[in-house]
Design a protein around this ligand. Structure first.
Ligand SMILES: [Zn+2]
Length: 308
């Protein structure tokens, strides 16, 4: 009886030892299924969304700018850099959206990570800021230009993982059809509006405004954290009064204080116009994505532009 108990305990200990050994070696070397998957890093939310829609279960996509942060001023952490160096493809917007873009290009010079700036060729609008002519990087807010970014993402995925090229192409076709439908809806819903001007928190909607033929004036410049001067605030106030603007737009990732002050001084109301530079945790919990935010933006634009 005693020998039997001893044997049972010995068998149990052997089992536990084997389990422990398997578990510890498992954490040291990644499980094969994950290790074999393509690793991709994106700089901020819209590119992350497009990449996940196109890559599906064929890649692990890591997004640099975290929920609740915006990409203009974000600095990658050591952990972010490790993710980038561990990936086959780094997808940036370019056009100087990512302040860390040039630095990371130098760091990755002699590594296997391929960098693609999907907005670089299409960010062709110039803005004068503090007396300097700079490129506007906000191309993802125009569905027509977003299609070009999505196409470049699909092509880049196919280039680094040719075995799944057809899979990426099929998913891209579906995403492009949804972007086409979004473009049609914008065109239709903004076709008959009495107002031609909007006032926004930062200069994010230049490409959208060009595509659907309205004008934007912004409280801050191309980056939402740039504090406007007293003269700039006075100019915006005059513009809002002169053009009879009834709604001042603010953003979920930036304090609404300046928009509220401007609204108070001009007798206007405030509304959200989301530049999609990142979702908040609350928006993620609500199941928001690129398309739900873009449709909500359209609804608020229709109100502000006084459309039929
Ligand atoms: Zn911006």
């Amino acid at each position: 009886m005693k020998i039997r108990t001893f044997l049972i305990i010995a068998a149990l200990l052997a089992f536990l030892a084997i389990t422990y050994f398997t578990m510890t070696t498992g954490t040291r070397n990644r499980p094969p299924a994950v290790a074999n998957k393509l690793r991709v890093v994106t700089s901020f939310y819209p590119l992350y969304y497009f990449a996940t829609q196109i890559a599906g279960d064929k890649a692990i996509v890591y997004n640099i700018t975290p929920a609740g942060a915006e990409p203009h001023d974000y600095e990658p952490t050591t952990q972010d850099m490790a993710h980038i160096e561990d990936s086959k493809l780094l997808i940036l917007n370019g056009g100087k959206l990512e302040a860390w873009g040039d630095k990371v290009k130098n760091t990755l010079q002699n590594t296997a990570t391929i960098i693609v700036s999907v907005g670089d060729d299409i960010a062709n609008q110039k803005v004068i800021e503090d007396g300097e002519t700079v490129r506007d990087p906000h191309v993802w807010l125009d569905p027509v230009l977003a299609k070009k970014e999505a196409t470049t993402i699909a092509d880049s995925l196919a280039a680094v993982d040719p075995a799944n090229a057809n899979f990426y192409e099929n998913n891209a076709t579906q995403l492009l059809a949804k972007l086409d439908a979004l473009d049609q809806k914008y065109r239709q819903d903004l076709s008959s509006c009495k107002q031609k001007n909007i006032a926004t928190a930062h200069t994010a909607f230049g490409y959208l405004a060009r595509e659907y033929e309205f004008e934007q004036i912004a409280i801050s410049g191309l980056s939402p954290d740039a504090e406007p001067s007293a003269k700039k605030l006075a100019d915006v106030t005059d513009y809002v009064k002169k053009h009879n603007i009834k709604y001042i737009f603010f953003e979920s990732l930036v304090s609404p204080k300046l928009a509220e002050t401007l609204a108070y001084e001009t007798g206007a109301k405030t509304l959200v116009l989301n530049p999609l530079e990142g979702l908040t945790n609350q928006e993620i919990a609500q199941g928001q994505d690129y398309f739900t935010v873009m449709r909500n933006n359209l609804k608020n634009l229709q109100t502000a532009l006084d459309c039929k």
